[in-house]
Design a protein around this ligand. Structure first.
Ligand SMILES: [Zn+2]
Length: 386
């Protein structure tokens, strides 16, 4: 994490600029250096309210980037990566049990693990981007907001449950999903994976063997691990990657650029996992280390369950976050796991279906995919260069 000091402010008195209306009366973090450089400290009252002086807040593009990358990488190895064996060898029931004890205990101590980005959603980097005078608004500011459904298939059970339950629910509301598969951990049933692809869904790669080691490997070993997915990449026209446990380093992204069009491993607000205080505080795709990053903008099922959120709380939180992301000009990216201990059970499937029905019933949103979102960005960049 960067050592740049951040100041929490509540934006007040937005002028009649519709580009900024979404941030009014909401809390954001602003790098201290940006406040100083723009002489804005004098507009900040003792309670942290920042009255935006019209035309005076001219943020440089660098400021938004600094904030986006402030806590974007997980450079420290978590315990699961430091074990001499793959943590996946520990039975999943025991891992879930330990995680939920830690999670329920930590839910009481949120002020320690979500200092920045704030949990469950922090759009500070997008706030700064919109304060850049003369810059075009987000390409996703125009409604409808793209909604991308994703699943990380951690096991053979996940792939089976995807086909058995999830696809049917998604198809019933006209949606498709992107499914990240572990290439070298469990035998892949290609009949099922082909069926997923043939039903209009995208396939992506989810690490190497899910042992949480790839981001921290020596460069040669990392490239070998990434190379192991080559056959799958070609077979299923794969263009994207999601890191297991969302562990990511700059080195990993640099290497991913040789294999994929995009990565989707950086959460907007990572919360407690994989390490406290991680995320990019943005729900808009950005370009970094030679590759597009598609932030995982919604709170994910694993974290919510571990923290002890009830099904009703999860549904309400997903709706609230999707609406906030839409207002801000972001892209809604949701991750659910298909294993029974995550979302592949009747209770969570009901929550998932309710959320999908909510999205489908609102003209604020449209089902989308990483490929469609990247195409839209490239079109905007192309238009700008013409
Ligand atoms: Zn995973």
């Amino acid at each position: 994490m960067s050592t740049e000091a951040l100041t929490q402010v509540r934006i007040q008195q937005i002028s009649d600029n519709p580009k900024l209306a979404w941030m009014e009366n909401r809390p954001f973090f602003i790098p201290h250096s940006v406040l100083e450089k723009n002489d804005l400290a004098k507009y900040l009252d003792t309670e942290g309210n920042l009255a935006i002086p019209t035309g005076k807040f001219n943020v440089s593009p660098k400021a938004s980037e600094i904030l986006r990358l402030h806590a974007a990488f997980t450079d420290q190895k978590p315990i699961s990566s430091r074990l001499p064996f793959s943590y996946q060898k520990i039975p999943s029931r025991i891992r879930s049990w330990v995680a939920s004890i830690i999670g329920r205990w930590q839910r009481q101590k949120m002020n320690r693990w979500c200092v920045f980005p704030r949990w469950p959603l922090d759009l500070s980097a997008d706030c700064l981007a919109d304060l850049m005078i003369g810059y075009p608004p987000s390409p996703f500011k125009e409604k409808p907001t793209p909604v991308i459904l994703t699943h990380d298939l951690d096991s053979a059970e996940g792939l089976k449950n995807l086909v058995r339950w999830f696809l049917k629910i998604e198809e019933s509301v006209g949606a498709r999903s992107t499914n990240y598969i572990v290439p070298c951990s469990w035998p892949i049933e290609h009949d099922l994976l082909r069926q997923v692809k043939d039903r209009g869904n995208e396939i992506g790669i989810h690490g190497y063997d899910h042992s949480n080691k790839t981001p921290f490997c020596e460069p040669v070993e990392r490239r070998n691990r990434l190379e192991a997915a080559r056959e799958l990449i070609e077979k299923y026209d794969i263009i994207g990657y999601r890191a297991p446990s969302l562990l990511r380093t700059r080195g990993l992204l640099q290497d991913l650029a040789n294999f994929y069009h995009y990565d989707s491993s950086i959460p907007t607000s990572g919360g407690l996992f994989p390490v406290p205080n991680n995320g990019c505080a943005s729900a808009r795709p950005f370009f970094i280390e030679g590759i597009f990053e598609l932030p995982l903008s919604m709170p994910r099922d694993g974290s919510l369950l571990v923290l002890g959120y009830s099904p009703e709380e999860i549904f309400n939180l997903w709706v609230r976050c999707a609406e906030d992301i839409s207002r801000s000009g972001g892209v809604v990216v949701l991750l659910t796991h298909c294993e029974a201990r995550f979302s592949g059970n009747p209770t969570m499937l009901k929550v998932y279906q309710r959320f999908l029905e909510f999205i489908a019933s609102s003209n604020r949103f449209i089902w989308s995919s990483p490929k469609e979102v990247l195409d839209r960005i490239e079109k905007v960049i192309g238009n700008k260069n013409e």
